[in-house]
Design a protein around this ligand. Structure first.
Ligand code: MG
Length: 221
């Protein structure tokens, strides 16, 4: 199956096709230099596109999720999906659907699921990453923690991708946009064009100060 055929599959999830294609293109480019990481696997829609990019480049994707659904996916909440309830426990469990997606796409040797909260995984993580995609919990605490514990693992020249950035608060929560601004304001990242609500930052390579850092330097003169 190629990526054009992948586009014909409808995945459960909250990602537009052009955003998914951007994930594919960036992971194909980045994964030559190191593993990619996704925070927030859900049912595997974004992992499919990231995984296709990684597979073409001979790379891998680690995909982290506790698979218990985020706050807004719990029973009674806005994004609740009754298909994802485990009848035995009455709790959300997205892992069976995620595994089915990965298995059916033949991505078993490319997409590596990690079933945990991301901050727990990060405690002993030591592998430099070529791309980090943050699409986990959307509370401020969840988004900030994901940014805080993972950003130091990104390789120079690597991509930091953040989903669900809404300039207008009426369109969506502001936590993803807040961590995006924090990353930019650090001076360590170049801003690349967004695709809808997908923010794309690239960590500076050695020897190339970013536009933001040059702006800050100019303010000191
Ligand atoms: Mg999202």
């Amino acid at each position: 199956m190629n990526v054009d055929q992948l586009k014909r599959i409808r995945f459960k999830g909250f990602m537009a096709e052009d955003e998914a294609m951007r994930l594919y293109e960036l992971s194909r480019e980045a994964s030559r230099f190191g593993p990619c990481l996704e925070i927030g696997s859900y049912c595997g829609g974004s992992a499919a596109y990231l995984g296709f990019g990684c597979r073409e480049a001979g790379g891998v994707l680690f995909s982290i999720d506790h698979h218990e659904g985020s706050e807004e996916q719990q029973p009674g909440q806005e994004y609740f999906d009754s298909d994802l309830l485990d009848p035995a426990t009455g709790q959300i469990d997205t892992l069976p659907t995620f595994r089915k997606t990965i298995r059916e796409l033949g991505l078993g040797d490319t997409v590596i699921p990690i079933i945990s909260r991301s901050v727990v995984v990060a405690r002993f993580w030591t592998t430099p990453l070529s791309l980090i995609f943050i699409d986990g919990g959307h509370t401020f605490e969840a988004a900030f923690n994901d940014y805080n514990v993972w950003v130091s693992h990104l390789l120079p020249g690597g991509y930091l991708l953040i989903h669900d950035i809404f300039p207008d608060p009426a369109q969506g929560g502001q936590a993803p946009r807040c961590i995006y601004r924090m990353a930019f304001d650090s001076g360590l990242f170049e801003e690349l064009p967004m695709t809808r609500t997908l923010g794309v930052l690239r960590r500076a390579s050695a020897g190339a100060p970013t536009d933001c850092s040059k702006m800050r330097w100019a303010e000191h003169h």
